[in-house]
Design a protein around this ligand. Structure first.
Ligand SMILES: NC(=O)c1ccc[n+]([C@@H]2O[C@H](COP(=O)([O-])OP(=O)(O)OC[C@H]3O[C@@H](n4cnc5c(N)ncnc54)[C@H](OP(=O)(O)O)[C@@H]3O)[C@@H](O)[C@H]2O)c1
Length: 251
């Protein structure tokens, strides 16, 4: 059985300069949590931290973190735990180069894999022993519906997210034994910098809506959550389209 979560909760937000991370920081602080905001753009993180403190009176500090600098993750995890004592993890960083640009420059494929898969696995694996030792807590990871099926227009990013989803299934089984929940969030389209100017977007969710769904899913110790919920139905249909038809579709 999970130990009782200590109060106040602390959330370590990885990739805290994204708009969904900013929204999550605000929502979690309004809910009574303190925050460690981790990312590359420390000036941006300090603004978010100041905003959270001013709005909610909760504590918020910043920590340097680069998902692609795998060698730094062990020290980073130790420092985050030293500061937080007991922590929960919200992983939001990601990179989605456009498929056509990836096809023209393999370095962009390497970056998509390095950030979305290797970086995420590396930092979660370094945090896992601390989470096990806590015997309670939550890990919430922003994956994507793109990981559910390889599409012509997004298959490198999608495959990195698919790999991440499989990793999270194993991590969930490992941490469940120690009372820690692991939640995979699969958003459809979100209105953020990542999708700015992209064609063909529909049913777009706001960062605030996704952030609230993430916190709710953590509290309910959910396994996999589509946000908004109707993406579960859309992806069920997409997953069941026969391959001989799917390969001809321009999606
Ligand atoms: N937008 C969508 O429609 C959508 C849909 C499904 C899933 N998602 C997923 O949701 C998450 C958030 O995406 P978003 O839409 O908010 O994207 P975004 O606005 O582009 O934010 C991406 C975040 O990732 C960080 N990041 C990138 N490379 C990094 C690195 N090497 N080290 C540390 N941080 C790094 C960025 O930090 P910097 O400020 O330092 O660049 C930024 O904070 C991602 O995992 C994305 O794959 C997005």
């Amino acid at each position: 059985m999970a130990a009782k979560d200590p109060q106040p909760q602390v959330w370590l937000v990885l990739g805290a300069s994204s708009s969904v991370a900013r929204a999550f920081a605000r929502v979690a602080a309004e809910d009574g949590a303190d925050l460690i905001l981790a990312g590359r753009d420390l000036e941006d993180l300090k603004c978010t931290a100041a905003d959270v403190v001013a709005r909610t009176g909760r504590a918020a500090e910043v920590l340097d973190f680069d998902a692609e600098d795998l060698a730094s993750h062990e020290g980073f995890a130790a420092e985050a735990v030293r500061r937080a004592g007991f922590l929960n993890v919200f992983l939001t960083f990601g990179a989605m180069p456009e498929q056509e640009e990836i096809d023209a420059d393999f370095a962009l494929a390497e970056r998509a894999i390095a950030v979305n898969y290797s970086g995420a696995v590396s930092v979660l694996h370094r945090l896992a022993p601390y989470l096990e030792a806590q015997g309670a807590g939550h890990v919430v990871v922003l994956s994507s519906v793109a990981g559910d099926r390889g599409r012509l227009k997004n298959y490198v990013y999608g495959s990195a997210k698919a790999g991440l989803n499989t990793y999270l299934q194993g991590l969930r089984a490992r941490l469940f034994r120690k009372g820690v929940s692991v939640t995979t969030i699969k958003p459809g389209f979100m209105d953020t910098d990542m999708t700015w100017g992209l064609d063909g977007m529909f049913l777009v969710a706001s960062p605030d809506e996704v952030a609230r769904a993430c916190l709710k899913a953590a509290k309910k110790r959910r396994h996999v959550v589509y946000v908004p919920f109707f993406w579960w139905g859309i992806m069920t249909i997409i997953r069941h389209i026969p391959e001989f038809i799917f390969k001809k579709m321009n999606i």
